[in-house]
Write a protein that binds this ligand. Structure first.
Ligand SMILES: C[S@@+](CC[C@H](N)C(=O)[O-])C[C@H]1O[C@@H](n2cnc3c(N)ncnc32)[C@H](O)[C@@H]1O
Length: 296
């Protein structure tokens, strides 16, 4: 995936932007540029967008939503953040299991089966992979079409799933009892998930959220996890445009702000770059651990 592209304005000005996630900002910026070019050149100028290799998500109005983004992905558009390489999913699960057993004092014993929360899961194959390895999974995504694809990744017949409405969410449960998939908002309170999970897999979730939503997101993770839970986080480090997103440029200090994970989680490992991500970004990993409630 190569999302780094250049905008040429009359051959004199270049802007480098990335377009990996829901590109609201890019869209707004594009319309701003069109207006600017029109005003400064008596509407004679043209604005051209040159992708550096590969395709680039189709432009949409500034109101582009996650639902629109998923429509584009599922219609064969740019895959943006998606990583489907199962080896990388195995690698992530292994890290989670290793830290979970090391911190529970059970290393050396048979691998512990975990209850893994996957917030903002999209259709990430990690979820069905962890389930196939015997773990219990709880996945949440806002967009029903993404959750449908996520569910199909399990390869289970439709009659193995039940579906029900819970508040404003649609909840799919596998009859085996180890997979629960929510089409709903991660920021909502969910009493049935409180204290349920001893691991979290967050790939590009924290970094996809509007900065104002980080606090409620981390509050939900605090509620849904047990003391000692391991949180595996993958975030993007960007070479430029660090203040813009999604995806946002995220460092340890951002994760560990008091309002984010800082109050209820310890940062226990910096995994560095976890794999190569094409384009001007690096995929960085961190391990956090849920501590006892400091503020209760
Ligand atoms: C950058 S994608 C990451 C998806 C997945 N973790 C992955 O890496 O493949 C962010 C996902 O969050 C979902 N999303 C955004 N806001 C959400 C919210 N408030 N609650 C639940 N899902 C949300 C989007 O639909 C999208 O699938």
């Amino acid at each position: 995936m190569r999302n780094h592209f250049v905008i040429f304005l009359n051959g004199t000005v270049e802007f480098h932007m990335t377009a990996t996630f829901n590109p609201n900002l890019r869209e707004t910026f594009k319309y701003f540029l069109i207006l600017l070019v029109g005003l400064t050149n008596n509407s004679q100028a043209t604005l051209s967008f040159h992708p550096h290799q590969n395709s680039f998500p189709a432009f949409t109005p500034p109101t582009m939503t996650w639902a629109n983004t998923w429509k584009d992905i599922l219609n064969g558009g740019n895959k943006r953040w998606k990583i489907d390489d199962i080896l990388l999913k195995k690698q992530a699960l292994k890290k989670i299991c290793t830290y979970a057993s090391a911190t529970s004092g059970e290393s050396g014993k048979d691998e512990q089966k975990l209850h893994i929360l996957c917030p903002l899961a999209g259709d990430d194959p990690f979820v069905s992979h962890a389930w196939k390895e015997g773990h219990s999974v709880f996945a949440i995504d806002l967009v029903p079409e993404a959750v449908d694809t996520l569910r199909k990744n399990f390869g289970e017949p439709d009659d193995q799933w039940t579906v029900a409405t819970l508040g404003s969410s649609v909840v799919w449960k596998h009859k085996g009892g180890r997979a629960t998939l929510y089409a709903g908002n991660m920021l909502e309170k969910r009493p049935e998930l409180e204290n349920k999970c001893n691991a979290v897999y967050d790939k590009d979730s924290f970094g996809a959220l509007d900065k104002n939503d980080r606090k409620p997101f981390c509050q939900r993770l605090t509620e849904f996890t047990r003391e000692g839970a391991i949180v595996y986080v993958e975030v993007k480090n960007k070479d430029s445009g660090k203040e813009f997103g999604p995806p946002f440029h995220v460092e340890k200090k951002d994760l560990m702000e008091e309002d984010n994970f800082g109050s209820f989680f310890e940062h226990i490992a910096d995994l560095g770059q976890v794999y190569n991500f094409d384009g001007p970004m690096q995929q960085m990993g961190h391990i956090l651990q849920r501590n006892a409630m400091k503020h209760e």
